[in-house]
Design a protein around this ligand. Structure first.
Ligand SMILES: CC(C)(COP(=O)(O)OP(=O)(O)OC[C@H]1O[C@@H](n2cnc3c(N)ncnc32)[C@H](O)[C@@H]1OP(=O)(O)O)[C@@H](O)C(=O)NCCC(=O)NCCS
Length: 229
């Protein structure tokens, strides 16, 4: 395995490939591996990136849960990359990419034999997110190129990912970059004519008029109903 192809340990090689600087007046985006100290701010970043997407999809697209996110950092064989731009003090995260080289996670439903039977060696793109105010400026393309590069140097034959069909922006983005549908997992729904379990609101009866009082305070004697004959 060449040096380039050798996977780095988590937290190692966290330096940007190029130092964050401006080239010809243009802000440069740099990439580095995530470090433990980045975890909290990266989690907040991911929630921000997926806020809009999650509003319109049945399944919460991403991120999964903070617990899972923190576990991922400890797992072998997963790459977590941060893309940053310089700001007045330090840097700002503008992109995050995560990929795995094996089916991972206890909640994973991926059928590995699908790939082996087809002689595919997939790289799983677990997460791709760009800061909302940096979208449409080529950051997403950089993320994907970086993952493709990693796949190539690690000997993978395909990038595989899951995206919600109604995440139109992302779908368009992938289609424009030659991704094709692998399998069809659709959410279907049918409306059922239901009856509510609880009854409809009911008007409140007016209060009964108070019975007139007899002189001396006693209630007026009740008038007798005549007997039926
Ligand atoms: C999907 C996503 C990663 C793309 O990142 P990006 O930085 O916008 O990507 P780029 O700038 O490289 O390309 C965006 C494309 O959309 C087009 N676009 C048009 N209007 C746009 C707009 N207002 N904002 C963003 N992109 C726009 C761009 O021109 C470009 O077109 P191209 O495919 O012909 O090159 C990003 O939108 C994102 O993080 N979305 C939220 C999280 C998400 O859905 N992730 C994917 C889950 S599987």
């Amino acid at each position: 395995m060449s040096d380039e192809a050798k996977p780095a340990e988590k937290g190692e090689d966290t330096k940007p490939t190029r130092t964050a600087r401006k080239a010809h007046g243009q802000t440069e985006v740099t990439v580095r591996r995530i470090h433990r100290r980045d975890l909290n701010k990266t989690w907040e970043f991911l929630k921000l990136c997926f806020r809009e997407v999650n509003r319109d999809t049945v399944e919460y697209q991403r991120p999964r849960s903070k617990k899972r996110f923190l576990e991922v950092y400890e797992e072998e064989g997963i790459e977590q990359l941060l893309f940053e731009v310089p700001k007045a003090e330090g840097t700002e995260i503008v992109g995050y990419a995560e990929c795995a080289f094996e089916v991972t996670g206890s909640d994973n439903w991926m059928n590995e034999s699908f790939f082996t039977r087809r002689d595919m060696r997939p790289m799983f793109v677990e997460e791709l997110a760009v800061h909302p105010s940096y979208q449409g400026r080529g950051v997403g393309s950089f993320l994907l190129e970086q993952l493709e590069h990693l796949a190539r140097v690690r000997g993978c034959t395909h990038l595989v990912l899951e995206v919600a069909e109604n995440n139109r922006r992302a779908l368009q983005f992938y289609r424009a970059r030659h991704f094709q549908k692998l399998d069809a997992a659709l959410f279907l729904s049918k409306r059922i004519n239901t009856e509510g379990e609880l009854l409809a609101p009911r008007p409140l009866k007016p209060r009964k008029a108070a019975e007139p009082k007899a002189p001396g305070g006693a209630a007026a004697p009740k008038t007798r109903r005549p007997k039926a004959r």
